[in-house]
Design a protein around this ligand. Structure first.
Ligand code: 5GP
Length: 179
C-alpha cells in the first residue's frame, strides 16, 4: 500500500483489504448465527456504506433483505453537524428485525437524528453495525451493536468513504497524513 493524494490532502495506508475483509466475514458469520430464522432487513446508509454493505451482504447466508437509504451530514473533513432527512426507505420497518449499516460513526449525530424515525415505526428489533467507529469523537452517545474497527479520531478515506466525493474507490482504508 502506498500513500494516495486526493485534492490537496495526502493519505497514508491504515487498514488493508485482507484485514477489512476478514473482519467483515467475521461479522457476517455472527449475524448468520444470531439472526437465523429471523429474515432481517439491512438498512445501508448511503453513500459511504455501499462497499461495506456489499462485503457484508454477500457473506450473509440466512434469508435477508437490504435497502439503501440516503442521509447526509458531512462535507469535507469536518462534520457540518447538519443532517438531511432520509430518502429511499421503501420497505416496511414495522415488526422487522432491522440492522443499520454505517460506514463510520463519528459524532453519532447522523444516527442519533435518524433512529427516532425508525423507532416510531416499531421495528421488532433495531441494531447498528458499523465498519468504523471513532469513540473519541462521540458527541451523541449510541449503542453500537456491531463494530468492525474502533479507530482514532482522524479523518479516513477509501472503501466507500470519501473526501469531497472522491477517494471512495479503493480496497484499502487510508488515514489523513498530518505533516
Ligand atoms: P456522524 O454523524 O457520526 O458525526 O458522522 C457520520 C458520517 O460522517 C459518516 O457516515 C461519514 O459519511 C462521515 N464521516 C465521519 N467521519 C469521517 C471520516 O473520517 N472520513 C470520511 N470520509 N467520512 C466521515
Amino acid at each position: 500500500m502506498n500513500e494516495i493524494t486526493v485534492f490537496d490532502k495526502t493519505f497514508i495506508p491504515f487498514l488493508d483489504e485482507a484485514t477489512i475483509q476478514a473482519k467483515i466475514k467475521e461479522l457476517a458469520q455472527q449475524i448468520n448465527n444470531e439472526y437465523e430464522g429471523k429474515k432481517p432487513l439491512f438498512l445501508a446508509i448511503l453513500n459511504g456504506s455501499f462497499m461495506f454493505a456489499a462485503g457484508l451482504f454477500k457473506n450473509v447466508f440466512i434469508e435477508a433483505e437490504i435497502c439503501f437509504i440516503k442521509l447526509a451530514s458531512y462535507k469535507g473533513t469536518q462534520s457540518t453537524g447538519h443532517v438531511i432527512t432520509s430518502i429511499g426507505l421503501d420497505s416496511n420497518v414495522t415488526n422487522r428485525d432491522i440492522i443499520i449499516l454505517e460506514d463510520i460513526v463519528d459524532t453519532g449525530k447522523t444516527l442519533h437524528t435518524f433512529l427516532p424515525q425508525l423507532v416510531n415505526q416499531q421495528p421488532a428489533s433495531l441494531k447498528i453495525a458499523t465498519l468504523l467507529h471513532k469513540p473519541e469523537a462521540t458527541v451523541y452517545p449510541l449503542t453500537i451493536d456491531y463494530c468492525c474497527f474502533s479507530i482514532p479520531n482522524k479523518f479516513v478515506l477509501g472503501y466507500g468513504l470519501d473526501y469531497d466525493g472522491f477517494g471512495r474507490n479503493t480496497k484499502d482504508i487510508y488515514q489523513l497524513k498530518i505533516d
